[in-house]
Design a protein around this ligand. Structure first.
Ligand code: DX5
Ligand code: ZN
Length: 220
C-alpha cells in the first residue's frame, strides 16, 4: 500500500492550523516537515518548520516525517527530537564519511524515531547500499532539494528501480520514499518503479479538495 506524506513547506503562517486539521481529515498518512538551514540549501525554514511541527504535535495525532536539508544534522536531531518525529531523514551528502553516518543513525534511533537516509539527484544510489541494513527508509530526491513546485527529474525513475531491484535481490525490506514534483502524472511512474511513500506539497496544497487528491495519488 502506498502512503502519502504531505509537505507543509508552502503552508502560510496564518492558515497553518486550519490547513493541518484539514489535511488530517483528508487522511494524509504523514506530515512532511522540510527543514532547511540556509547552508545545505539556500533557503532557511528551520524555525518555521520547528514551530509547524510543534503546532501539528499539539493538534494532531498523525506522524511527523522530518526531512533535514541541513549541514549540522546532529543539532537538528537534537532540536527536532522535542516534537517526537515518527521518522527523521538526513542527507548522505551532509556527512563526511561512514563513521558520521552510522553515528547519526544511532542518534536518531536513540530518539525512538525511524531512520531515513536521503540522496540528492546527482548521487549514485550504490553509495548508500552499505547503510541499508540499518535504515527504515531511503528518501530519493526526485528534484534538487531546496524548494517546492519543481518538475520531477525523469532519470530518478531509473534510480528508484535500481534500488528496488537491489533490495529485492538482497532480501532487504525498506521503505522507498520519493520527494519532489510528485503529482497525478508522475505518481504512477514512481510507484511502478518501487516507491511506497510519496511526498507531495504543491499537488496537494493547490488542489481544491485535499481528500480527493490524496486518494487519487494513492490510487494513481
Ligand atoms: C524539496 C522538498 C520537498 C518539496 C515537495 O526540497 O524536500 O518536500 O518541497 O514539494 P513539491 O511537491 O511541491 O515538489
Ligand atoms: Zn522534503
Amino acid at each position: 500500500m502506498v502512503e502519502v506524506s504531505t509537505s507543509v513547506l508552502s503552508v502560510k503562517q496564518g492558515e497553518a492550523s486550519s490547513v493541518f486539521l484539514a489535511l488530517e481529515k483528508a487522511k494524509t498518512d504523514y506530515f512532511h516537515i522540510d527543514v532547511m538551514d540556509g547552508k545545505f540549501v539556500e533557503k532557511n525554514t528551520y524555525s518555521q518548520m520547528l514551530s509547524y511541527a510543534e503546532t501539528i504535535k499539539r493538534i494532531s495525532n498523525l506522524p511527523l516525517d522530518v526531512h533535514f536539508m541541513v549541514e549540522d544534522v546532529e543539532q537538528a536531531i537534537h532540536d527536532f527530537s522535542a516534537v517526537y518525529p515518527n521518522q527523521m531523514t538526513f542527507h548522505y551528502e551532509a556527512e563526511k564519511g561512514s563513521e558520521e553516518i552510522l553515528t547519526r543513525i544511532h542518534q536518531i534511533k536513540e530518539c525512538h524515531a525511524k531512520v531515513g537516509l536521503s540522496v540528492k539527484p546527482e548521487t549514485n544510489v550504490e553509495e548508500i547500499y552499505p547503510y541499508l541494513p540499518y535504515l527504515h527508509t531511503v528518501l530519493i530526491m526526485t528534484v534538487e532539494p531546496g524548494k517546492g513546485g519543481q518538475t520531477l527529474l525523469t532519470d530518478m525513475v531509473e534510480k528508484i528501480k535500481q534500488l528496488k531491484k537491489y533490495c529485492s535481490q538482497e532480501g532487504i525490506e525498506i521503505d522507498i520514499e520519493v520527494d519532489g514534483g510528485i503529482n497525478l502524472r508522475t505518481a504512477p511512474l514512481v510507484k511502478q518503479a518501487g516507491a511506497n511513500i510519496l511526498v507531495a506539497g504543491t499537488a496537494i496544497l493547490m488542489a481544491n479538495d485535499y481528500h480527493t487528491i490524496i486518494q487519487e495519488l494513492k490510487e494513481a
